[in-house]
Design a protein around this ligand. Sequence first.
Ligand SMILES: Cc1cc2nc3c(=O)[nH]c(=O)nc-3n(C[C@H](O)[C@H](O)[C@H](O)COP(=O)(O)OP(=O)(O)OC[C@H]3O[C@@H](n4cnc5c(N)ncnc54)[C@H](O)[C@@H]3O)c2cc1C
Ligand SMILES: *[C@@H]1O[C@H](CO)[C@@H](O)[C@H](O)[C@H]1NC(C)=O
Ligand SMILES: *[C@@H]1O[C@H](CO)[C@@H](O)[C@H](O)[C@H]1NC(C)=O
Ligand SMILES: *[C@@H]1O[C@H](CO)[C@@H](O)[C@H](O)[C@H]1NC(C)=O
Ligand SMILES: *[C@@H]1O[C@H](CO)[C@@H](O)[C@H](O)[C@H]1NC(C)=O
Ligand SMILES: *[C@@H]1O[C@H](CO)[C@@H](O)[C@H](O)[C@H]1NC(C)=O
Length: 482
Amino acid sequence: MTRISLFTTLFAAVNYAVAAPWKGEVKKVDGATYQCKCYSDNSCWPTNADWIPLNKTVGGALQVAIPLGAPCHTSSENSTVNLYSEAACAEIKASWLNEQWLTDHPIASLWPLTPCTRGFYGRYVILAKTREHIKAGIDFARERNLRFGSLIINTHSFKDVKFLKTYSGPGNWTGSAAVVGAGVQGRELFRQAFAQKPPVVIVGGECPTVGWAGGYIQGGGHGPLTSIYGMGADSVLSFEAVTVDGEYVTADAKENPDLFWALKGGGPSTFAVVVSITVKTFPEIPTAGTIININNTHTNDSAVLANHYVDNGILHIAPLVGPKMDERKLNEPNQNSIVGGRLFTRKDMNDDADEVADAIIFASSNPTKDRIGFSVGHIVDPGHGVPYADNAINDKWRKSSSFVITNVIMSGLESWEEKKQLEDVQTNVIGKRFRDAGPDGATLLKIRNKWDPKGVLYTKTTPGTEDWDVLDQGTKLCKKAA
Ligand SMILES: Cc1cc2nc3c(=O)[nH]c(=O)nc-3n(C[C@H](O)[C@H](O)[C@H](O)COP(=O)(O)OP(=O)(O)OC[C@H]3O[C@@H](n4cnc5c(N)ncnc54)[C@H](O)[C@@H]3O)c2cc1C
Ligand SMILES: *[C@@H]1O[C@H](CO)[C@@H](O)[C@H](O)[C@H]1NC(C)=O
Ligand SMILES: *[C@@H]1O[C@H](CO)[C@@H](O)[C@H](O)[C@H]1NC(C)=O
Ligand SMILES: *[C@@H]1O[C@H](CO)[C@@H](O)[C@H](O)[C@H]1NC(C)=O
Ligand SMILES: *[C@@H]1O[C@H](CO)[C@@H](O)[C@H](O)[C@H]1NC(C)=O
Ligand SMILES: *[C@@H]1O[C@H](CO)[C@@H](O)[C@H](O)[C@H]1NC(C)=O
């Protein structure tokens, strides 16, 4: 035996002795070995008796996640409890399309579809009221190797907003600010800001129910004010968060600056659970809005990209908001005519405009005419008039010229195979066209590996999850073993 192979053997033996056995299922799929988190069909899934102390720690805030539509059914998946109630069902049906009502329900998802299954809902949800509840959930999930998502920590109740006339913490800002709880939604934040004397504005998104301090900021955050004040995350001064180790931390320019940097646009559910955010507020500015309707009695010009939608009925853009504009300015013809796919920078548009245009036209009729790749364009170029903000926002936002969301329309009634196929079209067919037209770079892997080395948190599209896959028809989160 040579020295080297002896060393290798020893090293392997040490590794073997040190590595704790995997808590959860180990399975082979297509030749690869996967280690899965614990699910309800595994012996490592907590017993009923295990959940009781957790419920005690969180003051009774733990609930079995019962689907919103349960009162409309006499039986559900594997429950013997009959929750049917004519009155409750009538209210559910009447409210089914009300976004605020949906997001106020602990386990509802926005835009639920008709078929009555549990879908990807978690089994249990903690309706957290305090940061101690969040910590208890994180500790429980980490220790037992549960995926967040089978145990949901719901931060919707963190509704406190405190407005400060003068901010005095780190971050080179002495103007006004607000401390915003993790459960505050766009509309309520805007209303509270507007109710201040004098009124202030905060950079937020367009949809009233988007959780401002949750996915919005951690995804970067674009909206009507971004061209003036930068991305939502650019205005952030400080985060209060709970780490995957259950530690309470402040992340700002002084304390944990790497986490501060990463939480500002580096992706939600990736670095820590956010409890509250301190953000700059700005004086109110005059803003005009309008609604544009173009229908097929107005044009049949096939050279107009939007005509595809007109062909299919009606193009409806609402509302169109112009900060620092008035009605006259808004009605002037303007040159913001570029609609793009994905985030296209000015450079992409200069170098590859044809490719970009082709990709959008391609998306607008794929995979089929009746499942059009719907496109929404936002012109951004965020914060060109304000000082440069250093944070984790994808560099493309800084230089962006246009932003498009593509959707492949689904009824939700498709078979699993068809859904997978449409997903493939979205990601690998339409998505590929868009990526080819405007490629990108940069990762946050290093910071991710420091703050969550074991993958307690997971979001498919954020760094550090490359080795993870969701197997068994999207139900089990598993890591590809080395
Ligand atoms: C109708 C609609 C309109 C939208 N408009 C805009 C827009 O104008 N501008 C824009 O920038 N975006 C917009 N978005 C995108 C939106 O910002 C993202 O979907 C965002 O992730 C929503 O965050 P949420 O907290 O409300 O959602 P959730 O679904 O609750 O959470 C999304 C992700 O954030 C994580 N997360 C939630 N809370 C926390 C927390 N406290 N700490 C850590 N992670 C957390 C979740 O685990 C999840 O991974 C829109 C989305 C929709 C559906
Ligand atoms: C549903 O069934 C699974 C598997 O039989 C079981 O482990 C789980 O506890 C059940 N869930 C509920 C909410 O009854
Ligand atoms: C947790 O405790 C509360 C209050 O006692 C109770 O209503 C709830 O059903 C419990 N949750 C679970 C999962 O048992
Ligand atoms: C602080 O902000 C001022 C005004 O916006 C800016 O000119 C200056 O460069 C900033 N200083 C630092 C250290 O970022
Ligand atoms: C389309 O526009 C015409 C002319 O403005 C109007 O009369 C008609 O009602 C519109 N159709 C729809 C579906 O809105
Ligand atoms: C579009 O409209 C013009 C004039 O209204 C008409 O001449 C032309 O045939 C139409 N084209 C199509 C493709 O319907």
